[in-house]
Design a protein around this ligand. Structure first.
Ligand code: PLP
Length: 427
């Protein structure tokens, strides 16, 4: 039997997993079939349909519970369905959702005030995603150069293995061939140098350079904290050549690495930072924060968005930032991160053939497995632990910051079981 898209309906309750067929529930099979018939084929999904969440727990449509070590890709920093956020969302949903940026909006101002209290920046601009935040940062850098500095300097330099988004300009900034294949032409004015090589960057900066854009801890690149000396070198070079220094804090920001912002580990003073992911704990929202000087690049009408900083998302984001500060989530992430990293280092010492490296900061952690880790990742899923598999060999952990230490310990124990399960590979 096949439908109008020519998709064959599954006649059995089995799905392909890890190269073999395993029994799946009819409920799951039905979701999978509808997806295959209805959506553009952009995603390789995990074999899971989730229905409910609380804190760092998720339940799938068959009622099975999971420990969430991914938080919707670093989004639900305060965990799923945080009570205070639910309350604020419900109240605001009954009052006002959206009026547009044609009007003054108090929730947006509350959010800006709280967010700006966390850094040296003076002004905020709100949008809806990480890619849009980076677009805004790129536009501000270019316009600052042309309008304020009166310089013909539009070029943005990024680092190898970075990730800045999937819009055309942020794809150009990301510079990965496999992601931009078939989408040419991409916008001009982007170049890339290898991360960690300060001489390469010195050579790349020229009279037309506007800014260097980087993630202090590269996320999609496989959880790679950049070297402190290198970061200081980049900032010093930006000052010396009078170009802008932009930090993409979309994934590593908002307490995840154990400081409110990742750049604060290194005492950096980026001119602009981009923010998104956990800003509204699951509602779509992005932002840039800029210094007074650089924000002068934007004037009325120069940049805008319909949805950015709307009343509903801003109310939830303002509460999110309030709770992150009030509950000292940065300190919590730092302490839990230290604890789990130590446990993972112990695991590595017991399984030196299986684990190549444990790296990261706070609750942004990567466990590099010595071989393809798909089987381990799937085994963990079956044991009830959700994490991310990156580059086929890195287990990436981005748990809600509210996760309990017991859950992290249980994950480490489960990972050890998984390693033993497939250990023949590493011998
Ligand atoms: C996820 C991410 C982005 C893109 O964010 P979207 O909301 O998916 O557009 C940009 N930069 C970094 C560092 C990210 O992790």
């Amino acid at each position: 039997m096949s439908d109008k898209h020519g998709i064959k309906k599954a006649l059995t309750g089995k799905i392909r997993k890890n190269g073999r067929y395993v029994v799946a529930s009819q409920a799951f099979i039905s979701v999978k079939e509808r997806e295959e018939a209805l959506l553009c084929r952009t995603y390789g999904r995990y074999p899971l349909a989730l229905e409910r969440g609380k804190g760092a727990r998720l339940w799938d449509i068959d009622g099975k519970a999971y420990v969430d070590l991914l938080a919707g890709i670093a989004v639900a920093g305060l965990g799923h369905c945080h009570e205070e956020l639910c309350l604020v969302a419900r109240e605001q949903a009954g009052r006002l959702w959206h009026v547009s940026n044609l009007f003054y909006q108090n929730n947006q101002l509350d959010l800006a005030e709280r967010l700006l209290s966390t850094s040296h920046h003076a002004r905020a601009f709100f949008c809806n995603s990480g890619a849009e935040a980076n677009e805004a940062a790129i536009k501000l850098a270019r316009r600052y150069m042309s309008r304020v500095k009166k310089r013909d300097a539009a070029e943005i330099i990024t680092l190898g293995d970075c990730f800045h988004g999937r819009t055309l300009a942020t794809l150009a900034a990301t510079g990965r061939a496999e992601m931009s294949e078939g989408f040419a032409p991409l916008p001009e004015g982007f170049s890339q140098v290898e991360a960690g090589d300060i001489q390469a960057l010195e050579k790349a900066v020229g009279p037309h350079t506007a800014a260097v854009l980087l993630e202090a801890v590269q996320g999609e690149g496989g959880v790679v904290p950049l070297d402190a000396g290198y970061l200081h070198g980049v900032e010093a070079l930006c000052r010396e050549r009078d170009i802008l220094f932009i930090c993409d804090e979309v994934q590593c920001g908002l307490c995840r690495t154990g400081k409110f912002w990742a750049f604060q580990h290194y005492d950096l003073k980026p001119d602009i930072i981009s923010v998104a992911k956990s800003l509204a704990n699951g509602l779509p929202m992005g932002a840039i924060l800029a210094t007074e000087e650089v924000s002068a690049g934007f004037g009325p009408g120069s940049h805008a968005t319909t949805f950015g900083g709307g009343e509903l998302t801003s109310a939830v984001a303002a509460k999110t930032v309030e709770i992150l500060l009030r509950d000292k989530m940065a300190e919590r992430a730092a302490a839990l991160g230290r604890h789990v990293k130590l446990a993972l280092e112990g695991l590595r010492a017991r399984h030196p053939d299986a684990i190549r490296e444990v790296r990261g900061l706070g609750l942004m952690l990567g466990i590099e497995i010595a071989a393809n880790a798909r089987e381990i990742w799937e085994d963990l899923l079956e044991r009830g632990f959700i994490c991310n598999l990156s580059h086929e060999k890195i287990l990436r952990l981005l748990p809600p910051l509210v996760i309990e230490q017991d859950d992290l310990d249980a994950f480490v124990a489960a990972l050890e079981q998984s390693l033993l399960n497939v250990s023949q590979k590493f011998r």
